[in-house]
Design a protein around this ligand. Structure first.
Ligand SMILES: C[S@@+](CC[C@H](N)C(=O)[O-])C[C@H]1O[C@@H](n2cnc3c(N)ncnc32)[C@H](O)[C@@H]1O
Length: 329
C-alpha cells in the first residue's frame, strides 16, 4: 500500500465518523488487483475478501465468495518485524528465516539469510548501526519487553525513509491506562536519547515525540503477531494447524495491515501461518460462504473458557461472545 494512501486513510481515521469509515474502506485497495499483500503469482486477481463493519467487533474481514477448506485466502508481508531476543542470532534480521550454519554474521552479530534481505534492510540498518542501543536493549531485556523492539525498528525505518510516520495509524489502538503510559514513557526516553545522541545532525527525528511512541505502541499491542515458523513440511491444512500450535518458540514479532482487520473467534474459520519467513499466509480452516465473516483465533484455543476470556479481556480489551464461549465450552 502506498504511503500517501496510508496517509489519506490515517487522516480519516483520526477524525473517525461512520461516514469516514466508509471512505476508508473505499480507499483500502483490498479489492484491487495490485494488492501488495496478495503477491502469490499462482492466484491471479484480488483476494476473495472485503473489509467491512461488523455488528459488535468494529471492522472485520468478510468473504466475497465461497472459499474452500484449506484454501489460501491471501498472503501478507509485514509492515515491520523484528526477531525475538532468543532468536536474534539464529534467524535472518530482515525476514526471520532460520539461518544455516554457514551464514556469516555482520559486525553487529546479526545475520541476513540472503543478499536480497541485506539490501532490503540496508537503509534502516545503516541508521540502526549509528546508534548505541545498550541502555534501550538492556531495559527491554530486563523487563521482558518485545514490542519496543518493533518501535525501535520502525523509528529507524522512518528516519531512513523506509516507512512513513503514520504507517500504522489505520490500525486499532489499545486503550492505554495511566500505569501503562508511565511504563512506556521510560522506554520512550531511552529510545529518544539513544537516537538523539547520534543522529541530531544527519537525521530528521522531529517525529520522535512521546505521542508518536505511545501511538505506535498502542497499535502494536493489539495488532502484533507472534511469528511461529511451521516449516515447509506443513503446507497442507491440517498438519499446519497442528504445527502452528506445536511450533517452537517464536522467531519474532510482526505487524501487518490486512491481517490486523481479522477479528477473533475461539472456533475460527481461518488461521494465519508462517512457513519459513515472516510473510504470512491466511488460510481457510473450513468451507466459508460468501458474505461470512472470516475470523482467526488470537490465542491458544485449547485453553478453557475462563482462561480464554481472561486473556482476551486483558490482552485485547474485549469480552468474547463467540459460540464456544456462549455455550461454556
Ligand atoms: C486486531 S483488531 C481486529 C480488527 C478491529 N475490529 C478493527 O476494527 O480494527 C482486534 C480488536 O478487534 C476487536 N475484536 C476482535 N475480535 C473481537 C470479538 N470476537 N468480539 C469483540 N471485539 C473483537 C477488539 O476491539 C480487539 O481489540
Amino acid at each position: 500500500m502506498s504511503h500517501s494512501l496510508i496517509r489519506r486513510c490515517s487522516r480519516l481515521v483520526s477524525s473517525c465518523t461512520t461516514g469516514n469509515y466508509r471512505k476508508i474502506l473505499q480507499l483500502l485497495p483490498f479489492s484491487s488487483t495490485n494488492l501488495e499483500e496478495h503477491d502469490d503469482p499462482s492466484r491471479p486477481g484480488p483476494p476473495p475478501i472485503r473489509v467491512g463493519i461488523t455488528e459488535s467487533a468494529g471492522r472485520g474481514v468478510f468473504a466475497t465468495r465461497g472459499i474452500g477448506a484449506g484454501d489460501l485466502i491471501h498472503t501478507a508481508k509485514p509492515i515491520v518485524c523484528h526477531p525475538s531476543l532468543s532468536g536474534i542470532h539464529s534467524v535472518c534480521y530482515f525476514c526471520l528465516r532460520k539461518l544455516g550454519s554457514s551464514t556469516c554474521p555482520e559486525a553487529s552479530g546479526v545475520s541476513f539469510c540472503s543478499e536480497e534481505c541485506k539490501q532490503r534492510s540496508k537503509e534502516f540498518y545503516d541508521v540502526e548501526m549509528k546508534v548505541n542501543w545498550t541502555d534501550f536493549d538492556d531495559y527491554c531485556r530486563t523487563h521482558g519487553l518485545k514490542y519496543p523492539f518493533l518501535v525501535k525498528r520502525l523509528a529507524c525505518m522512518v528516519i531512513s525513509g523506509d516507512a512513513s510516520i503514520d504507517c500504522l495509524d489505520i490500525l486499532q489502538p489499545a486503550n492505554l491506562t495511566p500505569e501503562m503510559i508511565v511504563k512506556m514513557e521510560e522506554g520512550f526516553a531511552l529510545l529518544r536519547n539513544a537516537i538523539a545522541n547520534k543522529l541530531i545532525t544527519n537525521g530528521n527525528i522531529d517525529f520522535l515525540s512521546k505521542q508518536w511512541y505511545l501511538n505506535v505502541l498502542a497499535r502494536i499491542r493489539i495488532n502484533a503477531f507472534r511469528v511461529d515458523l511451521v516449516g515447509g513440511l506443513y503446507e497442507d491444512l491440517f498438519s499446519s494447524a497442528v504445527a502452528s500450535v506445536e511450533a517452537e518458540a517464536a522467531v519474532g514479532n510482526a505487524v501487518y495491515i490486512l491481517p490486523s482487520f481479522y477479528n477473533h473467534d475461539c472456533d475460527p474459520n481461518a488461521h494465519i501461518i508462517w512457513i519459513d519467513t515472516a510473510d504470512a499466509k491466511l488460510k481457510a480452516l473450513r468451507n466459508v460462504e460468501a458474505g461470512e465473516e472470516l475470523r482467526i483465533c488470537y490465542i491458544d484455543a485449547s485453553m478453557d473458557r475462563d482462561a480464554r476470556q481472561e486473556l482476551l479481556l486483558r490482552g485485547f480489551g474485549f469480552q468474547c461472545k463467540c459460540n464456544r464461549c456462549l455455550h461454556g465450552d
